[in-house]
Design a protein around this ligand. Structure first.
Ligand SMILES: Nc1ncnc2c1ncn2[C@@H]1O[C@H](COP(=O)(O)OP(=O)(O)O)[C@@H](O)[C@H]1O
Length: 292
């Protein structure tokens, strides 16, 4: 219980919005409100307000949900740069723990390589340590990627803070497996790439979805590695575990009117502007430099 308690810091005041652009309404009356009940209406002063902070100067606390391979890390990292809050991926925390060869390393490697979830206690312990280290450096706010992944994790998070927004990224199932299998990481700089070319056609041959590969620059090309859990068998198990353990978390946030469902229309060039648009962030001047 002690490890869980580390995350149980005093509850911060109720949710706050992104620079006044987001309002989470309990009713669903506006023409621009999404089915999720999240009302994201244009604000006349959107271009002048600093992103990532609400009018009281508090930093945003967002969560990214979505199946393995959907691109949570890519979009979470872009929003992290845009909003000036840290991108915290619990998958990265687990991988760092494994490569540190600490006492939990071999146990964690076994779990990850089977496509199973690490226990709630271990993951909360890793996340607490990361949040504490960030706090010590003066970080505030966060974009969580890969957490919460179980109802229990969602309840614990809900008990300690109010999440502003949960973005649920969705992609056609046939693209998810291909994207996981195509994922490559540069062993030197840590850059993320994808060699898969997703080109889904309808029965009459017309294009349904196209996602170009994200190829590495020449200096990374010879140093690419693949995640040990990105094999076909393990990805299929991760997708099964997602449906069983994490899909209920979508409902947890939907019922609290915090869930924004976003169907990715294609690769980053098509999806990023549309995602910004659905958050009414597309007119903000900072978004022009965030697509790096
Ligand atoms: N919140 C979490 N709860 C339990 N296990 C987690 C959590 N986050 C990450 N993990 C472990 O780390 C692995 C890799 O996570 P991640 O990089 O987020 O993968 P994915 O591409 O499947 O979303 C997961 O399969 C799981 O074993």
């Amino acid at each position: 219980m002690a490890v869980v308690n580390r995350l149980l810091k005093p509850r911060v005041p109720t949710f706050y919005s992104l620079a006044g652009t987001l309002r989470i309404l309990s009713s669903s009356s506006s023409s621009s409100s999404l089915n999720s009940g999240i009302d994201i209406r244009p604000q006349s002063s959107i271009n002048r307000k600093p992103l990532g902070l609400d009018p009281q100067g508090r930093s945003v606390q967002w969560v990214f949900l979505g199946c393995p391979g959907v691109g949570k890390g890519t979009y979470a990292s872009r929003f992290s740069k845009l909003l000036g809050v840290p991108h915290i991926s619990t998958g990265d925390l687990v991988r760092e723990e494994i490569s540190s060869h600490g006492p939990l390393a071999s146990q964690l490697a076994d779990i990850v390589n089977q496509g199973k979830l690490v226990s709630d206690e271990i993951i909360i312990n890793l996340l607490s340590k990361r949040l504490e280290a960030g706090e010590a450096k003066g970080e505030s706010g966060f974009i969580l990627d890969g957490f919460p992944r179980t109802i229990r994790q969602a309840e614990i998070l809900d008990g300690v803070t109010d999440i502003d927004l949960v973005i649920n990224l969705k992609l056609r199932e046939e693209a998810l497996l291909a994207k996981c299998l195509g994922r490559r990481i540069c062993s030197e700089c840590g850059g993320n790439y994808n060699v898969a070319c997703i080109d889904i056609k309808s029965e009459d041959g017309s294009p349904v979805m196209y996602m170009a590969p994200l190829l590495p620059p020449p200096h990374c090309a010879s140093k690419l590695i693949t995640r040990s859990d990105d094999t076909e068998e393990v990805v299929k198990e991760r997708l099964r575990v997602y449906n069983e353990m994490t899909q209920p978390v979508e409902e947890f946030y939907r019922s609290r009117r915090k869930l924004l469902e976003f169907d990715l229309p294609g690769g980053i060039p098509e999806s990023w502007p549309k995602l910004l648009q659905s958050l009414n962030l597309d007119t903000h001047e900072d978004t022009k430099s965030a697509a790096a």
